[in-house]
Design a protein. Structure first.
Length: 232
């Protein structure tokens, strides 16, 4: 199942002029970061590693300008951003899910810098508050040097949860993980801590919990507690 995707249209490496445009975008970002924000961060993370070091500072400046809604003078980083896609090639970036796991697929056309620019220019299409939150996430992604998988998603989310449900609706996932009844909306800090302690006791091997799964269960319970306490 496709959870998020977008297209970056770009001139070919042998073309005399360097041009860039955006195409199809399916980027759900509510609640932030959503699958769309995770995909944008992943595209930036995996491609900025291949960008020349002397250009990275310019990438940061462009991200700052887009975040603040400033007018970006063209061409930027030797590429002209335009609406017309005539004569350009396309790279498709996609985030897919199966069961409760996610996978990334990146288009391999164009240059790494073109994919970096495309992911940043997508931010201009988003609402201002969303744009600011995702810009922060994308800066964080630029420092990631590990594989693009569940550990990357957990890193972005600020904890350990990396499942589809945790990304789609972190609060609903946290309520379910701690065992709150279906349909629960409002909880207090006291409610959260009581459910956390009860669930932790059940998950612990000393109280009958599955020893093989105990560490993962305790990790998820701790993350669920964090998510709920931060939203009170």
């Amino acid at each position: 199942m496709i959870l998020a995707e977008f297209e970056v249209w770009h001139s070919r490496p042998i073309a005399p002029t360097r041009r860039l445009a955006l195409g199809l975008m399916h980027l759900p970002v509510d609640p932030v970061p959503g699958f769309g924000g995770v995909l944008l961060a992943a595209v930036l993370s995996v491609h900025v590693r291949e960008v020349d070091d002397d250009v990275v500072a310019d990438v940061h400046r462009l991200l700052n300008e887009v975040e603040r809604g400033q007018r970006v003078v063209q061409p930027r980083l030797r590429h002209r951003f335009q609406a017309d896609r005539h004569g350009l090639a396309v790279s498709v970036h996609r985030l897919s899910g199966e069961g409760d796991s996610i996978t990334f697929a990146f288009g391999n056309g164009g240059t790494a810098l073109q994919q970096v620019l495309g992911s940043i220019y997508v931010l201009e299409r988003l609402e201002v508050n969303t744009r600011r939150e995702l810009a922060r996430l994308m800066r964080k992604a630029m420092s990631w040097r590990g594989p693009l998988g569940s550990s990357f998603v957990a890193y972005l989310m600020g904890g350990h949860a990396s499942s589809i449900s945790a990304v789609a609706d972190p609060r609903a996932w946290a309520l379910e993980t701690l065992g709150f009844p279906s349909g629960t909306v409002k909880v207090t800090k006291k409610d959260v801590m009581a459910k956390y302690r009860e669930s932790l006791r059940i998950a612990h091997p000393d109280h009958g919990g599955n020893e093989d799964n105990a560490s993962n269960a305790i990790r998820d319970l701790t993350e669920a507690r964090r998510v709920l306490l931060e939203t009170l």
